[in-house]
Design a protein around this ligand. Structure first.
Ligand SMILES: C[S@@+](CC[C@H](N)C(=O)[O-])C[C@H]1O[C@@H](n2cnc3c(N)ncnc32)[C@H](O)[C@@H]1O
Length: 256
């Protein structure tokens, strides 16, 4: 064995180029191996139930709530509608987010990036990771970044059950009008919990189901009680519900 090692060292000495290539290969392998892996925690199978599907639901129930249908990319026009500010006051919601200028925020279910682009302006040294499962949404986000010359909105393809972000890689997460349509809410929250840094916050905006005057389909709304039940089950601490928005709850949760 010693003889083999000595002859290998001799060969490397005679072939400096080969030694450099091997050294470089080793360094690359070490770098790839030591990088934080994507957040895919092992989650025990959730006890989802089945029901007859409602007109805006998918017939799958979590903690008594039927999950809503996903809004397809043809709905981009609705997300970008000009009267959204008047109806929902997104600028007020954004002003309520407590973010450092270098924060990394994941906008989960970013859609067209209505919120991502507006928040990115508040993060001159940080970035918004705009996560969606529809490639068409990511194409729209890329085109919009180019059009607006924005450099700190990063489109990111997630999976229906995994945000696919490295562990402890984000300071905060935002979900606007999106969580209620996650097909696998338990797995999504587990992967999000892993992706957040300790004390990282989730800002959850959902249309208020307690309020009949909010003109949104029933399964695309949530009560505060329901959201708190689901996020507590996923291991998040409830911080507060900001009461200032016309149609939505702004619920804040924290990773302990
Ligand atoms: C109603 S749109 C809201 C878009 C955006 N947040 C807004 O308010 O303008 C919901 C988005 O969530 C996305 N979505 C649904 N399930 C998802 C999941 N598991 N992970 C990431 N995005 C998801 C949909 O593709 C859709 O673009």
């Amino acid at each position: 064995m010693r003889r083999e090692v000595v002859s290998l060292l001799g060969m490397l000495k005679r072939h400096p180029v080969l030694s450099s290539v091997l050294l470089l290969g080793g360094a690359v392998a070490l770098f790839v191996w030591s990088r934080p892996v994507a957040a895919s925690p092992v989650v025990p199978p959730a006890n989802y139930e089945a029901c007859a599907a409602s007109s805006d639901g998918i017939g799958k129930v979590w903690m008594g709530r039927e999950i809503a249908q996903v809004m397809g990319h043809p709905g981009i026009g609705w997300l970008e509608r000009t009267d959204r500010e008047k109806e929902e006051a997104p600028s007020k919601a954004i002003a309520l987010l407590d973010l450092a200028p270098d924060a990394v925020l994941a906008d989960i279910g970013a859609g067209s990036g209505y919120y991502s682009f507006r928040i990115a302006r508040k993060l001159p040294q940080g970035e918004v990771v705009a996560v969606d499962i529809q490639p068409e949404m990511l194409d729209f986000l890329k085109a919009e970044s180019a059009k607006q010359g924005v450099k700190n909105v990063r489109p990111h393809l997630g999976a229906i059950d995994d945000v696919r972000l490295p562990s402890a890689s984000i300071d905060a997460a935002l979900m606007v009008d999106a969580y209620h349509e996650f097909d696998h809410p338990v797995e999504m929250l587990a992967s999000l919990r892993s992706a957040l840094k300790p004390k990282g916050r989730i800002y959850l905006l959902e249309y208020r189901a307690e309020d009949d005057n909010v003109p949104i389909k029933p399964h695309h709304k949530m009560t505060e009680a329901q959201a708190r039940k689901e996020f507590a089950a996923a291991g998040f601490r409830f911080v507060t519900n900001k009461p200032d928005l016309p149609w939505q709850h702004l619920l804040i949760f924290e990773k302990p």
